[in-house]
Design a binder for this molecule. Structure first.
Ligand SMILES: CC(C)(COP(=O)(O)OP(=O)(O)OC[C@H]1O[C@@H](n2cnc3c(N)ncnc32)[C@H](O)[C@@H]1OP(=O)(O)O)[C@@H](O)C(=O)NCCC(=O)NCCS
Length: 152
């Protein structure tokens, strides 16, 4: 398995993974939303970093982030490949590309939501702490923040 930046030819394999996990993500319910998401992933691949875990042309994990906003925008690992530290490796790769002094934010489900159990435990295990409550696509979510050391 290799962690690397995604490229144009990965889009179909990337979207196969998204199809398998779409139930967990608010805003991916309809076919129209999936088409829009595909276009967004293509934009990320071309303009902003998109990171994947690939094995034999299959995408086992996918991560989108914004360097500009210091934000993790999307992260998913194939349900058959979880707890193998693929998510952790994707985040480590992302950190090598980010500004070293800016805090990094991500939003995920609030405590008590079954969809958030893995993600909340995952972010906490990586040192993220709980931040403000907010809403996304009409869904109640919470920000998690990775505080970076102040240098100098
Ligand atoms: C969250 C997600 C990306 C984690 O990916 P993963 O590759 O399985 O995670 P890792 O194997 O790197 O886990 C690292 C650590 O996180 C914690 N963790 C991960 N999943 C966990 C779970 N289901 N329950 C408890 N702790 C968990 C553990 O501490 C784990 O370390 P350990 O296995 O050595 O104990 C994956 O479960 C997923 O794709 N979920 C659905 C989509 C999602 O929720 N995305 C994030 C929303 S913003």
């Amino acid at each position: 398995m290799k962690i690397r930046l995604a490229c144009d030819r990965d889009i179909d394999a990337w979207m196969s993974l998204v199809k398998r996990v779409r139930d967990v993500f608010p805003g991916l319910e309809s076919d129209k939303a999936m088409s829009e998401h595909r276009a967004a992933v293509q934009r990320f691949i071309q303009q902003s970093p998109a990171v994947c875990a690939e094995e034999d042309r299959r995408i086992l994990g996918a991560l989108l982030f914004s360097k500009e906003n210091s934000m993790l925008c999307f992260l998913a690992v194939d349900p058959n490949c979880r707890r193998q530290h693929i998510g952790r490796e994707l985040v480590s790769f992302m950190l090598t590309q980010m500004d070293k002094v800016k805090h990094i934010t991500v939003t995920t489900y609030r405590e008590g939501d079954p969809n958030g159990i893995a993600a909340r435990a995952f972010y906490k295990s990586l040192g993220f702490s709980e931040g403000r409550m907010t809403e996304e696509f009409g869904c109640l979510v919470q920000e998690f923040i990775l505080k970076r050391p102040v240098i100098g």
